[in-house]
Design a binder for this molecule. Structure first.
Ligand SMILES: *Cc1c(COP(=O)(O)O)cnc(C)c1O
Length: 363
């Protein structure tokens, strides 16, 4: 196989990364900027790594326009550890929080939060296989909750908050694991945003937490030290050894995004890519999208053929054509194309062409 052989990888995560960034990381693998060592081998206390993490934070702040009264933390433990860290740190006033459950990740977060206080599920679309985002207004939220929790983009089911409800003065917490940096968000509307890196940012191993400073420092005294946001906020995400290499790659992705028009330019491209796939689904009477149109995700496009056997054949045929990981999540079946920022438009074009070919051959 030629060295530059690449498939189109539609994986939900870990997922495809920009080729430019991968090449730069490869070039720097043995000798990072004349240091004679790899970032993989570098002390996290070295000035070189300090610059890598400082630049990564500064560039993320620039990309997302993050206000100064927010900390940006680079942590470990994936999105999953945030299911626990959020209630441990934030459910500390009245001990109440309201969760909107629009998918399996939101449900896991809700179930975890119940261990730590009075977490309530305000609304859930579980009975309809999470095919839409439950509509909730401020009136549905208890007045005295410490926060309201949403999952902004439901990776497994392919839904997304295309309009953010007005939750008034409530502290809003959002899991943006699978949509961070794909659209402009007004960070000041949120108390806390978190995102695992392995969907739209970098390899696995790092979670970005963006948290309003006044929300930090209220964890109970017996909180394990790693689980207190204050531990990391006080030490610039370097209380202990951080996920150095992932932070470095994330930093390279941030530079790449800034050099290519930032989040607005990514969003424009993401909208165009998703539209091509949704148009294909809407024009077809063979493939069907599985979620409510108004809640469609730009990042994870879910669909089915007329049968589970045909789904399988479709996914297998795609693989033969160099398009991998189109199988839907094991709990929903069907097909899913994850088309994060780094998926080239040509990848989507190739998928649409194959869908048309497959439909013509099987109708
Ligand atoms: C993948 C994902 C998670 C879980 O992330 P891990 O890093 O595997 O713990 C949580 N929330 C969302 C929305 C995800 O897509």
């Amino acid at each position: 196989m030629a060295d530059d052989y690449r498939v189109y990888n539609f994986s939900a995560g870990p997922s495809t990364l920009p080729v430019e960034v991968l090449k730069k990381c490869a070039d720097e693998m043995l000798n990072y900027e004349g240091t004679g060592e790899s970032v993989m081998e570098m002390s996290h206390r070295s000035p070189e790594f300090q610059k890598i993490i400082d630049d990564a934070e500064a560039n993320l702040r620039k990309l997302m326009n993050i206000p100064d009264d927010y900390y940006v933390l680079f942590l470990q433990g994936g999105g999953t550890l945030q299911f626990s860290m959020v209630p441990i740190n934030l459910m500390t006033g009245t001990g109440k929080a309201d969760y909107i459950v629009a998918g399996q990740w939101g449900k896991k977060a809700y179930e975890e939060a119940r261990k730590f206080g009075d977490a309530r599920c305000v609304a859930s679309s579980e009975e309809d296989k999470y095919s839409y985002i439950p509509k909730v207004t401020k009136e549905d939220i208890r007045d005295d909750v410490d926060y309201v929790y949403i999952c902004y983009n439901n990776t497994v089911f392919g839904t997304h908050y295309n309009e953010l409800p007005d939750f008034g003065d409530h502290v809003l917490v959002a899991d943006m694991s699978s949509c961070i940096l794909s659209e402009e968000v007004d960070v000041s509307k949120f108390g806390l945003i978190y995102a695992g890196a392995q969907k739209n940012v970098a390899p696995a191993g790092m979670t970005i937490v963006i948290v309003r400073k006044d929300l930090v420092g209220h964890a109970p005294a017996n909180t394990p030290i790693y689980l207190d946001y204050k531990t990391h906020a006080d030490k610039g995400s370097m209380y202990n050894t951080p996920p150095c290499y992932t932070i470095y790659v994330a930093g390279e992705v941030f530079k790449y995004l800034l050099a290519n028009g930032g989040v607005a330019a990514m969003h424009e491209k993401d909208v165009r890519k998703a539209q091509k796939l949704y148009d294909c689904l809407d024009e077809s009477d063979f493939f069907h999208g599985t979620v409510a149109k108004e809640d469609r995700s730009l990042m994870n496009v879910t669909f089915v053929t007329p049968s589970a056997d045909l789904d399988k054949e479709f996914v297998a045929g795609a693989k033969e054509r160099g398009m991998i990981n189109l199988k839907g999540h094991r709990i929903v079946g069907g097909c899913r194309a994850s088309i994060y920022n780094a998926m080239p438009e040509e990848g989507v074009d190739a998928l649409v062409a194959y869908m048309k070919e497959f439909e013509a051959a099987h109708k």
